[in-house]
Write a protein that binds this ligand. Sequence first.
Ligand code: 7MF
Ligand code: ZN
Length: 880
Amino acid sequence: MRTSQPQTIYLSDYKVPAYLVDTVDLRFELFEDGARVHSTLELRRNPESDETAAPLELDGDSLTLESVALNGAELAAGDYEDRGDQLVVRSVPEQFTLTVVTWIEPQNNTRLEGLYKSSGMFCTQCEAEGFRCITFFPDRPDVMARFRTRIEANKDAYPVLLSNGNDVEKGELENGRHFVTWEDPFPKPCYLFALVAGDLVEKRDTFSTCSGRDIDLRMYVEPRNAEKCDHAMDSLKRSMRWDEEVYGREYDLDIFMIVAVDDFNMGAMENKGLNIFNSSCVLASQETATDLAFQRIEAIVAHEYFHNWSGNRVTCRDWFQLSLKEGFTVFRDSQFSADMGSPTVKRIEDVTLLRTAQFAEDGGPMSHPVRPASYMEISNFYTLTIYEKGAEVVRMIHTLLGPDMFRKGSDLYFERHDGQAVTTDDFVKAMEDASGRDLSQFRLWYEQAGTPVLAISDDFDAETGVYRLTIEQSIPDTPGQTNKKPQHIPFALGLLGQDGQPLPLQLESGDSGAPTERVLELTEAVHTFEFHGVESRPVPSLLRHFSAPVRVRYNWTREQLLFLMSHDPDGFNRWDAGQRLAVDVIQSLVNAPDDAEIDPRLVEAYRKLISDADLDQALVAKMLQLPSEAYLIELTDKADVPAIHRAREAVLRHLAGALKGELLGCYQRHQGSGPYEVTPEAIARRSLRNTALAWLLMIDDEEGRSLAVSQLNAADNMTDRMGALRALVNSGFESDRQEALDDFYNRFQDDPQVVEQWFSVQAASDQAGQLSDIHKLLEHPAFDWKNPNKIRSVVGAFAGQNLAAFHNPDGSGYQFLADQVCRLDDSNPQIAARLVTPLTRWRKFAPSYSDRMKSALERIRDKAGLSRDVYEVVHKSLAD
Ligand code: 7MF
Ligand code: ZN
């Protein structure tokens, strides 16, 4: 626990390490009352460091030091200093062996950083700074060493003993114990270290690489999960093939292992050769996982696998460079998902997350650049900006260079930096060197925080046939950054003629072979582009595919949006036009009288969408999703959440009432037959049906109710079962709701991943998730304060998705969240700090709300012994 005010770490203070570690030899003695860790390091002074007389300083956290030896001789108490968070040895030779023995208590580790226990098994999480909770070590990613790990434990309780690399030795020990030794031939930073010990079943498969090597693929799960591994294993094989085909990257060890763990702070972790996953991000079966979960699992398995190159073979010099591996890897996994399904749908999903959550982060008190300049607690910087905006930045490089040059740049990057710990700048440099393009202005995307705004205006001169588009960029101030420079923005666009046909984009007159889509490059604060040979005022299709993570301001008329919704050849922009239209209609109803008219053109547009079987049904499924409350809030200056909630619901109810026949038709038409499949077509079909059902129950339609009840009872898969349950839970049919919830729980109570879904469908519901209901969920026997997934599925879902209840005008939602954050701060500060997020947005809301949010934050601030994690978030949120 913290005793003094947390320090800020600055990128500008970076220094190369004073000592390097060549090899690490670890021996773990695992017991029920703790673990003894023997660590032997081969160390030498770093020739590149100018600190020639520096003492040896090793990081540590919550360790009990038992002994220290230098070159085999035990050090006396005066020869070293144990400062708790550091072990300092003042005088050491040029090159030496240091042996440190520490005692730790994994069974009492509730922070889930370092070595801890989850459902009886030992497991680790070391990124970013968890290794220091295992032993004293230079815990920074630019210290890369070869690891050898021997694990000793009771054989009955822990028959499976795993670590990174290859198993090189195993044997029996006294007292029913055994050991296995693992050796990882690739030097790696300690954040990639992993250990697992437990009673797990093994699922095996093989993968034959492009060079003909056979890789042993192994999944380790608790016996009850043995039948939930197939999807992850298949996803892994697809990822391995894809990385060979698209990036020319082959797997490098002989074994690749995946372990599922129930208690995990994050989604998953790319430890070398031994990826560890949150159970909810890897286990799936038709009966227990929704389509969304299947898709998420495929993406996360791919993400972790892709880290083997973008992260492990080439890693980060320091944690300010986190987006080097995360932005690139998210870009890679999104390309992969696009290739496995519909690229347009994948783009819509990514942009929805970016515009809803990353834009909100970038406009709030925790706003930071893709490459931050400072931090207090690095775990607070695993953010949407690092991941999602970081991926957008890589995507823009891909757009500017084109796929072939981008691949050349990626090859050069991996070749040049294999085995190194490098910076985002090294990445950009490789892209520049391979392509010959100058990306110096582009680098501002890494340095400047804030979402650029593009203010766009246009005019058309019928006489000359010139259409003129003026684009002005500006970047809002963010904490610590003002007066920003213009950025290099790839801006894809097209123009549509009045008949809906794409027009050739003639930047000079007479350019008859001009393309119908271009990527303009914005570099100045203001640009004016002229398009020639235009016969009548065109409708612009702006920022196609969302070619840059920016806000577009343009005064679309509803006519233009309706036109784009049905004519834009870019599927993404067709969807976007629908979203903008719906936003406009909903916004015009906020604070309007109850009987205000809802634009009939919106109803007709949706009618067409629902009924037209020729359209791409996956795109239709996305277009039918109204903009979320979170997105509507993000677009609003001083949001009145209950008013936004009411306006959105009014539109939904109006649409459902007017389109009832079409919805019933859609539901029947997409019935589907034959076995369950997770294909894009089948997913779209289920999504459309379940949307239709949800809408019908929004108006308490009797026919909808009976369809939902029979779907719930007849479903052979979780997507349809959950679709029906959610529709009932969000309806006014109170007795059906309770019965459905009880039946569902009785059926699935032994499956934690399903119970998590059961919790969150209630916590996120404005019908079933009022504060009194939330308190009951927290008292439920299946709820567990030590399990991050359970906390997220109740507390996180309430504060993040049940916005009307969370923003109760009396402030009770805010006080509730403050209570839970304070309670979690001691046991799991990482989770506590993440839960605070909704409160940090207090400036977005109308004064009566923001005042109450602020006072909830102040209460957290005043808690005694606040963790560094929560301290940073709360203090930055309250600063002016
Ligand atoms: C897909 O990035 C996208 C993002 C850190 C933990 C996984 O591989 C990771 C780890 C956090 C937040 C999001 C993700 C991860 C982490 C993640 C997972 C899958 N290196 Br924190
Ligand atoms: Zn990652």
